[in-house]
Design a protein around this ligand. Structure first.
Ligand code: ATP
Ligand code: ATP
Ligand code: MG
Ligand code: MG
Lengths: 168, 156, 156, 168
């Protein structure tokens, strides 16, 4: 299985709908400070079901919706969609037959989220179920946020024990 | 659950030592399960300081990378996204890091957020994120030379 | 003591805003004395996020530099030693940082530990620290070209 | 006043006696990871009277003495000396007349430290007294260690209040 595309619309600094296409091997996301690179990483965590605002550097859920600039008004909703190539059948269960799997999350400014898998409405736990067993998830070690690695090393033995227990 | 932890811990420990030695071109490293938790031991090649705290900023970074990738290998996903884990690495350590990524990319798809030119060179595809208009992000597919210009824009 | 804090705080606050605007080429920043302590407010030019947490890694770094230098100005010593405060800065922000240092160096002597080529270019003198023999440090005076080679040595 | 020279012998990774000479404006200390740059910064704090081992990334005082490598034995003592140009009389009091002021600290493996100012034995508080009013000191904002700046910003309002109170 590999990630084909990310579509971001209205999430954090991505006011205009944006698409990133990926190769199956190594991609780099580059650009100046503050241009939105970490926002892309957080968009991936968010659509996979991240429910903690703090984990996304925000105070409350709706803070991830584009909040406007000097020149643009805030938006009322945002969405992120991930498209996966599943032709090797990594994602099993009910979606094993699909060679392409898309997962989408949309949030409105009241903080309510709607999820969809292959365009059919789903719940957050359905999305998490899709990826169970693949190692992918908002809180898995498949997404390593800015500063996490350094924190792991300096945090101390109890902290590291907890992290390993959680991963096990 | 106790059994599952032991299996996981043994696996992570083995992976950690292996990745450490790849990233540091040698040296010794281990994870020690003690009463108060899991302690990291790491000694870069030729040095003998056992205390992790005495290591340099870049060395701690490299130890951290070995550790997160070791935990990753426990439940290896088809995709791994890393956000600027290489920020404190010098050129030589960046090269070791990118070599390890290229090696792992035979089974894992990587998306690396980075400012590091050595790491960019390991990528097949570069996504340039820009903010020509303040506060509004846009993305464009770019090559290495354009990445250079992108990172130099807004200078001067 | 209360009076001395108020005077100090007013001074730091003023310096923080001034240095922030120099480093960010504009924008707004302030320090707010509240019940639970001192809160930082910072908005890069053209953006409108008031929450410090939403800023990027590099932006937080730049805010931090404005803050430490503001506190420094309260009791300005003839010497200021900074260890890799510029690690997360892109090229453009590094240039702003080095310009501020050059400006302040009319009254302050700076010693900057750095991996950053833009910052190195602001220095009159470079001290190259090497460890050809593992674990044993030596220092040699070098120029910019040699610094390049020094940082590339051990590569490959 | 400005720093002219640092002499380091046996402190952390500086097994061989080493001298760094400075210009009055901007110097950069460069080199690969782990080569000793932060050790130089810590040497400056240490000779100015830093008494916390933790602040020097160590567990106990004598940990800052060169502890040997595969090829070299540990040393039994270390010393750091700073030489200042005081021709503008910044350092007042008893040393105002000196155009050059040197401060030295030597530690033996039992953890005992001996200080000297212009080659005359002194106590730690004498060294701190020399720099009082100059803004220089082991814990002043004249020495900004690796990671401090970032920590200041993320630590939270109470923390920042304390830091400012201490600086005031
Ligand atoms: N809800 C939002 N609406 C608009 N802009 C936002 C929102 N949330 C965050 N931002 C902006 O996104 C920017 C941060 O982007 P991001 O963290 O992705 O930067 P980055 O490219 O990772 O930079 P660095 O290289 O410094 O880590 C901030 O300047 C912030 O103002
Ligand atoms: N008492 C000691 N004896 C010998 N070596 C020591 C001692 N204390 C620390 N070291 C060594 O010094 C090295 C760290 O040096 P330092 O922190 O100055 O690196 P650095 O140049 O700042 O690197 P970076 O760019 O990664 O921050 C470590 O590898 C450590 O093993
Ligand atoms: Mg970032
Ligand atoms: Mg360092």
């Amino acid at each position: 299985m590999n990630l084909r595309e990310i579509k971001i619309a209205g999430f954090k600094s991505f006011m205009t709908p944006t698409s990133l296409q990926f190769t199956p091997q190594v991609s780099a996301v580059v650009g100046p400070n503050g241009c939105g690179k970490s926002n892309v990483v957080e968009a991936i965590r968010w659509v996979l079901g991240e429910s903690s605002a703090k984990a996304l550097r925000a105070a409350r859920g709706p803070d991830v919706i584009f909040s406007g600039t000097d020149a643009h008004k805030p938006m009322g909703q945002c969405s992120v969609e991930l498209v996966f190539d599943n032709s090797d059948g990594t994602i099993g269960g009910g979606y094993a037959a699909y060679s392409e799997i898309s997962v989408r999350r949309q949030m409105t400014s009241d903080g309510a989220s709607v999820y969809a898998i292959n365009s059919r409405t789903a719940r957050r736990r359905d999305v998490q179920k899709v990826f169970r067993g693949t190692g992918l998830g908002a809180r898995s070690y498949s997404i390593i946020e800015q500063g996490l690695a350094a924190q792991l090393v300096t945090a101390g033995p109890e902290s590291l024990l907890e992290q390993i227990e959680e991963a096990a | 659950a106790r059994r599952r932890f032991d299996v996981a811990f043994a696996r992570i420990r083995q992976e950690f030592t292996a990745k450490f030695r790849l990233l540091f071109d040698g040296g010794e490293a281990d994870l020690v399960h003690q009463e108060n938790g899991v302690r990291i031991e790491a000694v870069p090649p030729g040095k003998n300081t056992r205390a992790l705290s005495l290591l340099s900023g870049g060395e701690k970074s490299l130890v951290a990378i070995a550790l997160v990738l070791a935990i990753f290998e426990l439940n290896p996903a088809p995709l791994c996204v890393m956000d600027e884990v290489d920020a404190a690495l010098d050129e030589s350590n960046s090269l070791n890091f990118s070599r390890l990524i290229v090696e792992m990319s035979r089974q894992v798809q990587f998306v690396l957020v980075t400012h590091n030119k050595v790491v960019m060179e390991a990528a097949e595809l570069l996504h340039g994120v820009t903010m020509r208009e303040p506060g509004v992000s846009r993305v464009v597919g770019i090559n290495l030379q354009q990445a250079d210009e992108l990172l130099q824009q807004q200078s001067g």
